[in-house]
Design a protein. Structure first.
Lengths: 84, 444
């Protein structure tokens, strides 16, 4: 299970690290930038949270409480649009 | 690139009385070494000053043909900028000189550089004329165009099975060359060994196997850009360049293939840097995503036209499908050969137009896989198959109108769509959007 997170533009590194650390503390397996190394502020604010052994809602509650998180959502599944 | 000779009309069978030469056409080869010092290859400017800078050994024979032999056109044989040259508003004298220069500057290998076809009134083509042109120090040879050149290419044998081409009025449309246009396909990959598919200019399989195991991406690629008139298989709609991202792992989940969301979103983020004009998304799902919507907004702002499938779940509750339902995405439904909605094609308020999506013949990988028995060519159905018809149309519109925004292109697609009788006189319906993709009207 994965979550997609976007931090608000201008959020300090310390605040972002604080939120990411809290996610790991509450059972996230991995947190990583979606566009690692991007110097585009919008792309650089997007993260992926991987969590297979913990509740999605629990992690979303952490994210929803943070004032530096612009949005957090479960990954949206997309499949082929070929008819059977 | 296939040379355009005597129009672009496919010929069927041999003529009753074969001619030795193509009437009114002369093939000229200029010496590349006479041109190269005077132009900035590989992308020389198509300007009056470049035309003026050519040496007399090139300029004089061109001017002679124009002045004394009624020269009507000069087409560089292997330049990808034929359409641009034809559209140029420069005076004919400059245009003809530039066409000759482009036959060198736009071609990397000397073997193919310098070849151009000059169109003249048939009665003006004499031995003396050819000798005069050929004796210029900048010209290697000038000769009549043998008819066998026409036989070097020809209709694709399976073209008559492509009902979709007829439905979108492909054959009636004035199609520009889209050889300078890049189209992105985010899908299951592409079979780079297929003889009817162009080599992609970019193929990012992002740590996944390069092979297209499923075949879906190769099928989409063939609808858009299978090589036309190569006497092999099918005809693609646009001669554009393909940039391919493989976003599907090769393992199904409960019978369906799902995208790898990280690879998918990263590809969306990378597209603008790769200068693509359009992106084909024959995928969908019911959940809205803010991250995905953000990336689509960025695409449109940066001049990329996203084209997405409406989805195939009409009979499973007709859910709204994303990315088709995002604002500014061109959303494509499917019709069958009857010109009515394909039974599976989802409907909704966000639909833009429809395109052929039932029993669409296209390319699949040359080798079987665990998930696909068919090889080479197969007919598949889905809004997945309708979508690339529209994506190819975007490529052609981008070629015809290089400055147009994504909004202008999608506006033209909707505004030029053909009303279907099933729309019962309405200009727009939730089933057919603005109607059926109509290439002729869109490109007129």
């Amino acid at each position: 299970m994965k979550l997609q997170v976007k931090f608000r533009q201008g959020a300090s590194h310390d605040k972002v690290d604080e939120v990411l650390g809290a996610l790991v503390e509450r059972g996230a397996d991995d947190v990583r930038a979606l566009f690692p190394g991007s110097d585009d502020p919008e792309l650089g604010a997007l993260y992926v949270v991987e969590a297979n052994g913990t509740s999605r809602d629990r992690l979303l509650r952490v994210l929803d409480k943070s004032d530096v998180v612009e949005f957090a959502e479960p990954e949206a599944r997309r499949k082929l649009a070929r008819s059977a | 690139m296939r040379p355009v000779i005597e129009g672009d009309v496919p010929s069927f069978g041999r003529p009753a009385r074969p001619r030795e030469y193509v009437p009114g056409q002369v093939v000229v080869r200029v010496r590349p070494e006479a041109v190269r010092p005077h132009v900035a290859a590989p992308r020389m400017a198509l300007s009056q000053s470049v035309a003026d800078s050519l040496p007399d050994s090139i300029g004089e024979p061109v001017d002679y043909l124009r002045r004394d032999a009624g020269l009507k056109a000069v087409d560089p044989l292997f330049s990808p900028r034929l359409a641009q040259l034809r559209r140029s508003r420069l005076p004919p004298a400059a245009r003809y000189r530039l066409a000759v220069a482009a036959s060198v500057a736009d071609v990397e290998t000397d073997d193919l550089a310098g070849l151009a076809v000059a169109s003249l009134p048939e009665r003006r083509i004499t031995g003396d004329l050819l000798e005069t042109i050929g004796s210029s120090p900048g010209v290697e040879f000038a000769e009549r165009l043998p008819t066998r050149w026409l036989e070097a290419d020809g209709p694709d044998p399976k073209q008559n099975l492509q009902w979709g081409l007829r439905a979108i009025r492909y054959f009636d449309a004035r199609r520009p060359s889209a050889a300078d246009v890049r189209v992105a396909i985010l899908d299951t990959g592409i079979d780079t060994t297929h003889p009817d598919l162009p080599d992609p200019v970019l193929y990012r399989h992002q740590g996944l196997r390069a092979q297209d195991i499923i075949g879906h991406g190769s099928h989409v690629a063939g609808i858009i850009a299978a090589i036309a008139n190569n006497r092999i298989g099918i005809t693609g709609i646009a001669d554009c360049r393909l940039a391919v991202w493989k976003i599907f792992p090769d393992q199904p989940e409960r019978g369906d293939f799902y995208v790898d969301s990280e690879r998918y979103l990263r590809a969306l983020g990378e597209l603008p840097d790769e200068e693509v004009a359009a992106v084909n998304l024959s995928i969908g799902g019911a959940a809205h995503s803010q991250a995905e919507a953000l990336l689509f907004r960025r695409l449109v702002e940066r001049g990329v036209t996203p084209v997405a499938a409406m989805g195939n779940e009409y009979e499973e509750g007709n859910p709204t499908s994303y990315p088709a339902a995002y604002e500014d995405v061109v959303s494509v439904g499917a019709i069958a050969e009857t010109r009515r909605r394909s039974r599976f094609s989802s409907t909704g308020h966000h639909i833009d137009l429809v395109a052929p999506g039932s029993n669409i013949l296209s390319t699949v990988p040359m080798r079987r896989s665990a998930y696909r028995q068919e090889t080479e060519y197969v007919s598949w159905s889905g809004t997945s198959m309708a979508t690339p018809h529209v994506t190819a149309a975007v490529a052609l519109l981008a070629a015809a109108h290089p400055g147009w925004s994504s909004a202008q292109i999608s506006h033209r697609l909707r505004g030029s769509a053909a009303q279907l009788s099933a729309m019962r006189g309405s200009r727009w319906t939730q089933t057919y959007g603005a109607g059926l993709l109509d290439l002729r009207t869109a490109l007129s």
